[in-house]
Design a binder for this molecule. Structure first.
Ligand code: EPZ
Length: 421
């Protein structure tokens, strides 16, 4: 199995381009199913979640190509409404195909989705919304079957602003003539990007970024060529590595507006960050101070995907930081490894308190989910000596050429084959 060897400490320099957004492109790949034609998506990150999503498209009958960051999907052939468990279990975003299958095939049969083990991650909000639109749902021990021969647009109020459920309803409603309103919709930037993509496809979608999204669907979607937004968590990860290791960076092709809550916390800790139209210039020289307290909430609050990243930063600051994780039940798994590196972290239920130390020690760690893996790598890049990370397939789910990108800005990281890992 491949492992990552990380030689620290690292002082960063130079510039790097942010990848296309994983969490924006995945629902767009699913949405291509509602158009019995050709969809071209540009600035797609070469990550395993995208390849797994494209494999689902192939499984249900689409013709797919992915070269040079450009995904081309031809979904004009007849589409199967069944996604096998092996495909569903690989990624959480597999469930985002259900809205598109209900739109195209008027039914679907799938298993529960997979994804990082950051919590239970039920899909009840998605299913409640489908039922409200008129679908019939049958849930067995292993499968979820849904039939919706005659769906009717209506108002749908989500009990929680679920990102995936908002996206599923947007995609389904984009194929329904008439007005569907999503109330208490998720407000993440990826939702806005999906709105622009669905609008390019011929639906009339408005309100994304607010809590009420209005969709007037079309029964004749058109082919489109769309460029995906930058990945805000990839951007935050570069800032995290810089905050841990020190030096200066220019982060190109980024949109700072999408991660202001994280940037503001790093600035409060003493990082020097300049925001420009399509790049961020940041530097960190002296030790940061970490008397900050954050609670993760739906956008525009502090993003849960940046919570692990902040924990790594707070391990090295002068002061005590508090992190409350309100979105997922199990998102502190990196703390054990950070503690073995010498961090002073105490966890009580969903709150972590982090008292900064002057330096962390290198260790061998095991990645347990995508974002905590990146956070551990950032911490290890600051530690003097050789660290090692196993289970790095989690990192490959969401980061394109992680080792290569960080080597290009000063890190020393090797991917090596280790038989006993
Ligand atoms: C999306 O997951 C992202 N994934 C996650 O990013 C992100 O952390 C999350 O939104 C929150 O911002 C993708 O976009 C592919 P939710 P999603 O539905 O849609 C509960 C990453 O690292 N819930 O907003 O699954 C759920 O259990 C990943 O890139 C229900 O109870 O998130 C969770 O506690 C990790 N029932 C909360 O809502 C439902 O039907 C938020 O989930 C749906 C969700």
């Amino acid at each position: 199995m491949e492992v990552m060897k990380i030689y620290g400490p690292t002082r960063f320099s130079g510039s790097v381009d942010v990848q296309g957004s994983k969490n924006a492109v995945l629902p767009m790949i699913a949405a291509a199913v509602i158009n019995a034609g050709v969809t071209v998506l540009r600035n797609c990150p070469d990550i395993s979640d995208v390849h797994d999503a494209l494999d689902i498209l192939k499984t249900i009958g689409c013709d797919v190509s992915f070269t040079g960051g450009v995904v081309r999907i031809d979904s004009s052939a007849p589409i199967s409404s069944y996604i096998p468990e092996c495909a569903m279990r690989r990624i959480r975003a597999s469930f985002i195909f259900t809205g598109a299958l209900l739109a195209r095939c008027k039914e679907f049969t799938v298993s529960q989705p997979g994804g990082c083990n950051i919590g239970l991650r039920p899909v009840d909000i998605h299913l409640e919304a489908f039922k409200k639109l008129g679908a019939n749902i049958c849930i067995s021990a292993s499968e979820i079957t849904c039939k919706g021969a005659s769906l009717a647009p209506c108002d749908i109020t989500l009990r929680f602003p679920s990102v995936g459920a908002t996206e599923n309803v947007m995609i389904l409603a984009s194929s329904l003539k008439g007005t569907t309103r999503i109330i208490n919709a998720a407000r993440e930037p990826e939702i806005e990007d999906l709105q622009y993509m669905l609008t390019s496809m011929g639906a009339k979608v408005s309100g994304a970024g607010s809590s009420v999204i209005v969709i007037n669907g079309t029964d004749s979607p058109v082919n489109l060529d769309y460029t995906v937004m930058p990945d805000r968590v990839d951007t935050a990860t570069y800032l995290t590595a810089l905050a841990c290791g020190g030096g200066s960076l220019t982060i190109n092709k980024s949109n700072a507006k999408h991660l202001l809550s994280y940037i503001n916390i790093l600035k409060k800790c003493g990082m020097d960050i300049e925001l420009h139209d399509d790049c961020i210039k940041a530097c960190k020289s002296g030790r940061l101070h970490g008397n900050v307290s954050v609670t993760t909430t739906p956008y525009p609050g502090f993003a849960t995907d940046m919570q692990s990243l902040l924990m790594s930063v707070l391990c090295l600051t002068d002061g005590i930081g508090l992190i409350k994780e309100n979105i997922f039940e199990n998102r502190f798994c990196l703390a054990d490894t950070l503690i073995r590196m010498g961090a002073d972290i105490r966890i009580y239920r969903r709150t972590a308190s982090v008292r900064g130390v002057r330096a962390l020690k290198p260790v061998c760690g095991c990645v347990c989910d995508l974002r905590s893996g990146a956070a551990l790598a950032a911490a290890m890049m600051s530690a003097e000596g050789i660290s090692e990370l196993t289970n790095i397939h989690y990192i490959d789910r969401g980061y394109e050429d992680f080792a290569g990108k960080y080597q290009s800005i000063g890190a020393k990281i090797e991917r090596i084959e280790r038989i006993d890992a």
